[in-house]
Design a protein around this ligand. Structure first.
Ligand SMILES: [Fe+2]
Length: 432
């Protein structure tokens, strides 16, 4: 017991947040990043990963950022970019402090284009609820290759302290071993834009996606000038560019978008970036992820379906599935196309986009997977198609859940898994 207590206190002393895998600035089948948070003390940190012949290879460059936000106990964020990994293969890694190993885990490199991959997609999760913990445990058991989060990552808003209490501790068994990536939701950005809470917008501090999205689109920062300055200094180039990006994992091209109000997706330059991103990909499957579900049968948030303005682009470029959250349940549409009626440009902040949905086997499936942990809504609509809009094919709101995707170049098998382990929905999309 004493030994266990000593080991526990040692681990506590070594890390504020244990190491977690990220896409990093240049994700590729042989490259990813590992981040960790450590107490604010001078130490020499190293990260080594094991090569195929068993030798430990040190990462040459580890970037350190010191977190000194007002009201937060100072700590440091370390980021190491690993290269030379065997594509799609597991690898052992260890983190050393002052020459002594303090953490060891087995990670997995990004799968190359033709290799199958399993993904977990879970929206609106970080409420610290029993449902979140149950779903996290199911995700861990499913052994996904990567976890994707369509926004409202932590509640009540995206403060660093909520990441440290309701995010990393709950998913650490997965995150130490597999990449995670997220799209920002309203609780992450809009409801955390006031830096009178100086640890807000922690999205830009803790996530490390590639900075390959459109530049120059920003959260409208508020709060004391000194806190805004401290935020920007810590976020560096990640603010604001990290809010939109894309990457490839196995047979899937993932495009991650910011659907908050500040992003006006009627803007020609933003639409052109999205068009280029999708057109340039030759991946067998294209998925798009953002927070505000554009097609759903709930009354709540019905006025927030404005990203319908992007549907023609998704259709033109063969996007198979769009994943979203915001409404706290699970809903899936039939494959649909959307014909918008004329809408004002720019869009107002609360305007739904009027138009017509047309069922079409070549259309896009919209999966709302917002049942990751926050309080569920519309339980009574489960199993009652008469209460759904015609484009909805499935609706589950009686328990928390996540989406599991098995992708190979020819076939997608997509299942919704409940907190109790039951399969709540299942469908497949075959390559045409
Ligand atoms: Fe939301």
């Amino acid at each position: 017991m004493l030994l266990l207590a000593l080991l526990a206190s040692f681990a506590q002393a070594a890390f504020v947040t244990e190491p977690y895998l990220q896409l990093g600035p240049r994700p590729a089948p042989d490259r990813l990043s590992i981040l960790w948070h450590a107490p604010d003390a001078d130490a020499t940190w190293a990260l080594e990963h094991q090569s195929a012949d068993g030798a430990w290879m040190p990462v040459q460059r580890i970037v350190q950022r010191r977190v000194t936000l007002r009201g937060t106990r100072p700590f440091r964020i370390y980021e190491a970019e690993l290269a030379g990994l065997r594509p799609g293969a597991e690898f052992d890694y260890r983190v050393l402090r002052d020459g002594a190993p303090v953490f060891t885990a087995r990670g997995k490199a990004i799968a190359p284009p033709q290799a199958p991959a399993r993904f977990a997609v879970v929206g609106d999760p970080g409420a610290g609820s029993a449902g979140q913990r149950a779903v996290a445990s199911r995700i861990n058991a499913a052994q996904p290759d990567a976890v994707i989060v369509p926004g409202d990552i932590v509640y009540p808003n995206g403060r660093l302290k909520h990441y440290l209490s309701k995010w990393f501790p709950i998913y650490q068994p997965v995150f130490r071993a597999r990449i995670s990536a997220a799209a920002p939701g309203n609780h992450d950005f809009e409801e955390c834009a006031d830096l009178a809470q100086p640890d807000c917008l922690a999205y830009f501090h803790v996530w490390s996606p590639p900075l390959n999205g459109p530049a120059g689109n920003a959260v409208a920062l508020m709060g004391p000038a000194a806190d805004q300055q401290a935020f920007k200094a810590l976020a560096g180039a990640k603010f604001p560019q990290a809010a939109n990006y894309s990457f490839d994992y196995g047979p899937v091209h993932w495009t991650i978008l910011d659907s908050n109000h500040v992003m006006d997706w009627t803007r020609p330059d933003l639409r052109q970036w999205l068009e280029n991103d999708l057109a340039q990909s030759h991946a067998p499957w294209k998925f798009v992820v953002f927070h505000h579900a554009p097609f759903h049968s709930s009354g709540k948030h019905a006025e927030h379906q404005r990203l319908r303005v992007l549907s023609p682009i998704f259709e033109a470029h063969g996007v198979a599935v769009v994943f979203a959250g915001h409404v706290h349940n699970y809903q899936r549409t039939h494959p649909i196309r959307f014909v918008a009626e004329p809408y004002p440009t720019p869009l107002g902040s609360q305007q739904p986009i009027p138009g017509q949905t047309i069922r079409d086997p070549n259309g896009v499936v919209y999966v709302l997977t917002g049942a990751g942990g926050a309080g569920l809504v519309d339980g009574a609509k489960t199993g009652r198609p008469s209460t759904w809009l015609p484009f909805t094919a499935h609706f589950e709101a009686r328990q928390h859940s996540f989406t599991q995707i098995d992708a190979n170049p020819e076939l997608l098998r997509i299942r919704q898994i409940g907190a109790d382990g039951r399969e709540l929905d299942s469908f497949q999309i075959a390559r045409k």
